[in-house]
Design a protein around this ligand. Sequence first.
Ligand code: ATP
Length: 210
Amino acid sequence: MIGIYGGTFDPVHYGHLRPAIDVYTELGLSEVRLIPAGVPAHRDLPVASPEQRFQMLLMAIDKVAGLSIDDREIQRDGPSYMIDTIRSLQAEFANEKFCLIVGMDAFIGFESWREWKSIVELVNIVITYRPNFDINSIAESELKKYIHGAQTKNKDEFLASPAGHCYFCPVTQLDISATKIRALVKKENKLNFLLPDVVIAYLQQNQIYQ
Ligand code: ATP
């Protein structure tokens, strides 16, 4: 099963990379594909260009087993809808199963994603969460009904099914966000240990976020 990990990655940081590795390992996925959005559908335009965000991802995952990058969203015109990405991946890898990896913060707003019900019919969902997260804090909604029907704690069952299941995966908690990193660059503060050194050097060389 291939993991799909979308985001703006403006820039990529350890709060993306460590959870990606955690999910890869916990579920024994064949790979996790990091897919930078070209034009994000649900938020403001990124600051760095698609090419810069892709380049930073390339450098960040260089030689890291299990992680790969996919440029289909930045090659596509128009807003980057996950449903289009999933259909495109399924057309390309007809014999593969997929799971979409989403942080709990992003999953809370999942009902606003284009064709979200089609997404959960086409792939499984991995929700990364904080260990003390209480599922009862999600308001009664179509999304909650989906969780009740789809949730499994059985990894084998999850991995055997092509779609229709969701799995809550605990990941390393790193309080890092791209927003915080962009703010630190503006204040000329140090970025060490928040993101890979090669990415820090790239930001400096190209004067991004200054
Ligand atoms: P920004 O601060 O610009 O909003 P971000 O750091 O939240 O960006 P995104 O590219 O928007 O990063 O996030 C992509 C995915 O990574 C989302 O599913 C999000 O939940 C997850 N994610 C981002 N930061 C973390 C983190 N520190 N720990 C776990 N998951 C994270």
